[in-house]
Design a protein around this ligand. Structure first.
Ligand code: NAD
Ligand code: FE2
Length: 387
């Protein structure tokens, strides 16, 4: 691909990165002329003390705040409505989303739904939501989704099992404070799943039909770091180098896929999350080797580059060898991270369910960015393969 490739990027106005940087939250609010935040988070982060880390800083700066901690994993439209009611009940001038992708996405949706009429599902992508609500300041604690830097938001519908993408300027945070120190409390399963989520973002952004030179740089840097540090972070939860590298990589992968898009893995992953409540990163991991094997022949040189930057092939190896190595190493990584098959979690799916999920995957638009664009029937077969 030429470095002259055309691309369009949306990103936050302020990005601060590093261990302890979340302690600058009051300073960032002041820079933006803000002083009355609603903090959107989940109960677990309250219990872990991560919310107090932020509210202590706000207290020291003499700022008033309130917490909405009712965000559930894979945040629902109801959760957005509840948060919106809290926002409207007070005199807030901004929203701080503190947590993994779930609280950060809920924060985005609460913000834009406060100025856009109707139900959140009315704004499903490909519609672009450009009318922005109150400024959103995001502080990630999982280092997986990269939502702090993306123009995407994912909400789960309660009327029917569906997870949909929302997109546009209104889904871009005003500021992101990317502080890896929160991530040392992640248990092994969440560490593994969120790392594979960001690895999937990086690989899919790099092989996406919408990739361009700017996103390539972020994607390659991210996948290289994730491949090198994921096992260490799982074995040594307090390893600062590994945690810092994975947090940075998650944000870089977010920047890459936000602007280059994800592809077939994410397209197929969302219906698994919506129907069976499998954690987002885990369902990506279940799909990644099989979908890579399915797609690899359509973008051999790019997949070979992925293998090389991840240290799974050498410059001297042929692209064919590097591609084989990529698939093998992704399978080995899944085995090391104890990623089960979907069926091993006890989830049963009929052929009819596979067909519904394949239609939902295609409707999301993500599979159309894949190097090999699948038919509905091929997606059904891939679901069968990973189940
Ligand atoms: N907006 C985007 O660009 C984007 C991209 C990818 C995924 N997503 C969405 O993000 C959601 C998944 O987010 P996620 O994977 O970050 O998980 P999550 O936010 O759902 O959190 C998973 C669990 O991890 C816990 N947790 C969070 N931080 C922790 C910490 N530091 N220590 C211990 N536990 C911690 C949470 O309390 C929760 O129980 C899904 O809905 C997914 O579809 C959004
Ligand atoms: Fe993801």
């Amino acid at each position: 691909m030429s470095v002259d490739s055309i691309g369009r990027v949306q990103s936050p106005r302020i990005i601060r990165i590093g261990g302890g940087i979340a302690l600058e939250v009051a300073e960032v609010l002041s820079q933006l002329g803000l002083s009355r935040p609603l903090i959107v988070t989940d109960k677990n982060l309250m219990t872990l003390g991560h919310v107090a880390t932020v509210t202590d800083v706000l207290d020291s700066a003499g700022l008033s705040w309130r917490v909405f901690d009712q965000v559930v994993e894979d945040p629902t439209d109801r959760c957005v409505d509840d948060g919106l009611a809290v926002l409207r009940s007070g005199d807030f001038d901004c929203i701080i989303g503190l947590g993994g992708g779930s609280p950060m996405d809920a924060a985005k949706a609460i913000s834009f739904m406060s100025v856009n009429p109707g139900h959140v599902r009315d704004y499903k992508a490909p519609r672009q939501i450009d009318r922005c609500g109150p400024p959103v300041i995001l502080i990630p604690t999982t280092g997986g989704t990269g939502s702090e830097l993306t123009r995407w938001c994912v909400i789960t519908d309660t009327a029917q099992p569906e997870k949909y993408n929302l997109s546009g300027l209104a889904c871009v945070a005003t500021a992101a404070l990317i502080d890896w120190t929160f991530t040392t409390t992640k248990p092994l399963r969440i560490t593994a799943d969120t790392a594979v989520d960001s690895m999937t973002h990086a690989i899919e952004a790099y092989v996406s039909r919408k990739a361009f030179a700017y996103t390539d740089a972020f994607a390659l840097a991210a996948m290289s770091a994730i491949a090198r540090h994921v096992r260490t972070a799982c074995k040594q939860p307090d390893n600062a180098d590994a945690r810092a590298a994975l947090m940075l990589a998650a944000s870089q992968a977010g920047m890459a896929f936000s602007n280059a898009s994800v592809a077939l893995v994410h397209g197929m992953s969302r219906p698994i999350g919506a129907h069976f409540h499998v954690a987002h990163g885990l369902s990506n991991a279940m799909l990644l080797p099989a979908v890579t094997e399915f797609s690899i022949g359509s973008s051999q040189a790019r997949y070979a580059t992925c293998a090389r930057v991840m240290g799974w092939a050498d410059d001297n190896d042929t692209d064919a060898f590097a591609c084989d190595s990529l698939v093998q190493q992704l399978k080995t990584l899944n085995a090391d991270l104890k990623v089960p098959r979907v069926g091993e979690l006890g989830h049963k799916a009929t052929q009819e369910m596979f067909t519904l999920m394949a239609a939902q995957a295609l409707a999301s638009g993500s599979p159309q960015n894949n190097p090999r664009i699948p038919t509905e029937n091929e997606i059904v077969q891939l679901y069968g393969q990973v189940w």
